[in-house]
Design a protein around this ligand. Structure first.
Ligand code: CP
Ligand code: NVA
Length: 304
């Protein structure tokens, strides 16, 4: 039987995503109460990181250990992947040893290829195109603070990047209206934009975008792999900072989210990320709980 993968939010159906968020909330309660729950005893997660990470690595590794399992950190620097062993071969070998594999890399096609040759579930832990695990945490934190996100106005201000693309998928899966404010030349992928259709609107003015927003989010202006564009991007994106003027036109109870790491004074002002609308620390914590729910779903199924 083909394993179940999680490469984008579209790999789960709407009902599964809702149950996953509810399960993440329950797993968080259990963890905070000190309850021991080890559904993945003796199971191993292989974690391939071709880009840096703080939250993703620590949340997956800690989640596996809390679940009674084990996680292996694998970097191209000290595996044969870095010396040119084909993805297909690596996938075939690793998936005969471990029970689930998580990959953070550049090209999305690499994760797809890996999944094609893997006998066990593969999780996308960020590619240049998508960051679906982050959206699980984001949807959880919105739900915890404000209830169902369906029908709400969500605004993404900044680069049409992997986070933006995952918000576009989330708009379809969680039934919210998404407005993306980005500079010309930095639009999200046009194929995805066409696919998502009415759920997403692209505008050039962040203030117009943020008017009446229930959730405002942003991301770094230069993603991993774009470091040499940093200076140019700082100029292009300067009018797209999420600051007090932007939050002033949003709903008074709007939440501010950021996947982190953040650059205060660039994509977000310190007054916003450290201010009353921001729930970014809980959002970051939820990576742990949401991914535990994901691992449970993919490996043993969620309890009824
Ligand atoms: N948000 C996120 O994925 O953080 P890391 O790059 O630290 O894993
Ligand atoms: N867009 C960012 C997200 C980091 C979590 C990047 O790809 O670097």
């Amino acid at each position: 039987m083909n394993p179940r993968h999680f490469l984008t939010l579209m790999d789960l159906d709407k009902g599964e995503l809702r149950r996953l968020v509810a399960r993440a909330i329950e797993l968080k309660r259990m963890q905070h109460a000190g309850e021991i729950y080890e559904p993945l005893k003796n199971r191993t997660l292989g974690m391939i990181f071709e880009k840096s990470s703080t939250r993703t690595r620590v949340s997956f590794e800690t989640g596996m250990s809390q679940f009674g399992g084990h996680a292996l950190f694998l970097s191209p620097r000290d595996t044969q992947l870095g010396r040119g062993e084909p993805i297909e071969d690596t996938a075939r070998v690793l998936s005969r040893m471990v029970d689930v594999i998580m990959i953070r890399t550049f090209e999305h096609e690499k994760v797809e290829l890996f999944a094609e040759y893997s006998q066990v579930p593969v999780i996308n832990a960020l590619t240049d195109m998508y960051h679906p695990c982050q959206l699980l945490a984001d949807m959880q934190v919105y739900h915890e603070h404000r209830g169902d996100v369906a029908g709400k106005k969500v605004v993404y201000i900044g680069d049409g990047n992997n986070m933006c693309h995952s918000y576009m998928n989330a708009a379809r899966q969680f039934d919210f209206q998404l407005v993306v404010a980005c500079p010309e030349g930095y639009d999200p992928d046009p194929t995805l934009t066409a696919e998502v259709g009415d759920a997403v609107r692209i505008v050039r003015d962040p203030i117009e975008a943020a008017a009446g927003a229930d959730l405002v989010t942003t991301d770094v202006w230069a993603s991993m792999g774009q470091e040499e564009e940093q200076k140019k991007r700082e100029q292009v994106f300067a009018p797209f900072q999420v600051n007090d003027a932007v939050m002033a036109v949003a709903n008074p109870d709007a939440l501010f989210l950021h996947c982190l790491p953040a650059h205060r004074g660039e994509e977000v002002s310190a007054s916003v990320i450290d201010g009353p609308h921001s729930v970014v620390w809980e959002q970051a914590e939820n990576r742990l709980h949401a991914q535990k729910a994901l691992l449970e779903l993919l490996l043993v199924g969620l309890p009824d």
